[in-house]
Design a binder for this molecule. Structure first.
Ligand SMILES: Nc1ncnc2c1ncn2[C@@H]1O[C@H](COP(=O)(O)OP(=O)(O)OP(=O)(O)O)[C@@H](O)[C@H]1O
Ligand SMILES: [Mg+2]
Length: 512
């Protein structure tokens, strides 16, 4: 999720791009409009050539020409690639779907001064804070959202569900006090359950063949499921109708030697009925109980745990595309009991719109909990109980190498502008070390998910960034001292190395 800029001086607008697992979109608002109405945010509406659906986000898919130049994005990319496949012309083209994970490796073509990363749950929380009450639907509680002091944001998207807990300190100050990762639950997995069910009914090989030979029919079937699954309501068992493509029906019946109706009868699929011309009616409860709930169980359990850990939660904000499902929200309500659940009408836009708001007011999140420990590699005196393999004798003393000196610990609440510092001392007196005075010193910052880390070689401890201290003219003095500072600067960490020659700064991602 990216959006905004850290310095807004002279800038006209803030734009945000939300790269989602399933869908991506962008939104923007002008600085002048923001001052009058923060929620005046423009969102694009996407549609494909043959698609009936208009949506504020488009599938996260890209098609590149054979020469690797850009051809199309979203619905268009999916449709164009399907027709290339059907015409057997796709071999030289490059089609990427669910591109979010690939984007983690590089951002693309935007000057780093003009971009910043925004954490999705924070953006969603901000958006909900700005939402007017009439835009929030809630069955049980109609009290004012602005009076809520501690909220749980439950963001259910395409590929992941995130849980975070935010504390509203004042109009201008929000603290993120807990980030519990809900896990891999999202709309994409529900569609995958449906595809698995199709494989179960028609056979894996048949579906594979169908996907290959009739790709656009396959895509239409999934799009049909995508639209119809959104109609599922709690406590309503109305059968949902899916059109099974005639190409799939005909080839399967040819292999079986009998009709699809007979086949389903033989499989005892009583929740499914076939009507004329391949119209399949599946009971809503079957879809909910077989495609939605089994995969949601774990994240609902995480939700329950988070609520019992924080007994003082005032309300749950359900955002992300899945929060638009009345059936899913009804399940959430079962887990949260008396705590009111709020859902913005445009819940799938909460992240991208919230990122625009964050771009305008990027210092509103004044504190956030560290998901990782941050520390630097040091040598310290060896103490009883230390790993014998880390023992080093130097200058008449016994040292412990590879020691992790924590600057922030996982679970710490760090405030905007907080600085943690450490004095780094290097001695080159020892004959064996004297030659090192003429080599740069590497100051390495490590991260780990663990709260207590002893050595940088511990499992899960990873290099996060390095500041190289260049050799001064004539080499380092026999005793060299510098200060390493880590400043928490929103979604970034500013690492500064200060010595008598000046200050060296690098900017690193605050991992979340
Ligand atoms: N009414 C609805 N009922 C059920 N599912 C829905 C509904 N509306 C949207 N979805 C699902 O929500 C998902 C998209 O949500 P969203 O746009 O928040 O996810 P994303 O940003 O692509 O993914 P992520 O944030 O996990 O990377 C899709 O998988 C879609 O099927
Ligand atoms: Mg998302």
């Amino acid at each position: 999720m990216a959006g905004g800029t850290s310095s807004l001086d002279g800038k006209l607008l803030v734009a945000a791009i939300d790269f989602g697992t399933a869908y991506s979109g962008y939104a923007f608002s002008f600085r002048s409009d923001y001052r009058l109405d923060p929620l005046k945010i423009e969102v694009n509406h996407w549609t494909g050539n043959g698609s009936q659906m208009m949506s504020p986000k488009a599938p996260s898919s890209v098609l590149l020409n054979p020469d690797k130049t850009f051809k199309s994005f979203g619905y268009m990319a999916e449709e164009e690639y399907s027709s290339l496949v059907e015409n057997g012309q796709h071999q030289d083209w490059y089609f990427f779907t669910k591109i979010k994970m690939r984007l983690l490796y590089k951002e693309a073509g935007i000057k780093s001064d003009d971009i910043m990363l925004v954490y999705e749950p924070e953006a969603a929380a901000l958006y909900c804070r700005f939402q007017k009450m009439q835009n929030i639907s809630n069955a049980k509680d109609d009290s004012n959202l602005s009076k809520k002091k501690k909220m749980l944001v439950f963001d259910m998207g395409g590929g992941t569900t995130d849980i975070s807990i935010i504390k509203i300190i004042s109009e201008r100050e929000i603290h993120i006090v807990e980030r519990a990762c809900g896990g891999a639950f999202g709309g994409v997995f529900i569609n995958e359950e449906f595809i698995q069910w199709l494989e179960d009914v028609f056979g894996k090989d048949m579906i594979k063949e169908f996907k290959k030979k009739h790709r656009s029919d396959f895509m239409l079937l999934i799009e049909n499921f995508e639209t119809k699954k959104r109609l599922i309501k709690p406590d309503d068992d109305t059968p949902i109708c899916f059109q099974i493509p005639l190409s799939l029906k005909a080839s399967s019946e040819k292999v079986w030697g009998y009709s699809l109706e007979e086949h389903l009868d033989k499989m005892s699929k009583s929740s499914v009925q076939v009507k004329k011309r391949g119209k399949l009616f599946i009971k809503s409860s079957f879809i909910l109980n077989n495609f939605f709930l089994p995969i949601a169980k774990d994240v609902f359990e995480e939700l329950r745990k988070a609520l019992s850990k924080h007994g003082d939660i005032d309300c749950v904000l359900a955002v992300g595309g899945l929060a638009q499902s009345p059936a899913v929200v009804s399940e959430i309500r079962k887990y949260v009991k008396d705590i009111p659940v709020y859902v913005p009408f445009d819940s799938s836009l909460a992240v991208v719109s919230g990122a625009v708001l964050y771009g305008h007011e990027n210092n509103i999140i004044k504190a956030r909990v560290c998901l990782y420990s941050y520390g630097i590699q040091t040598m310290r005196p060896f103490i009883k109980g230390d790993d014998e393999n880390k023992k080093v004798d130097q200058e008449g003393e016994t040292w412990c190498k590879h020691s992790f000196r924590a600057l922030y610990k996982a679970g710490d609440l760090v405030k905007l502008g907080d600085v943690s510092s450490y004095n780094l001392v290097e001695s080159f007196e020892d004959e064996n070390r004297n030659h090192k005075r003429f080599k740069p010193i590497r100051c390495v910052l490590f991260t780990s998910k663990e709260k207590d880390v002893r050595y940088v070689t511990d499992e899960g401890c990873k290099e996060h960034g390095t500041i190289d201290i260049d050799v001064p003219e004539g080499g380092f003095p026999v005793h060299y001292e510098c200060t390493v500072e880590l400043e928490f600067a929103g979604t970034e960490i500013i690492a500064r190395l200060k010595d008598e020659n000046g200050t060296k700064t690098i900017r690193l991602e605050f991992m979340n």
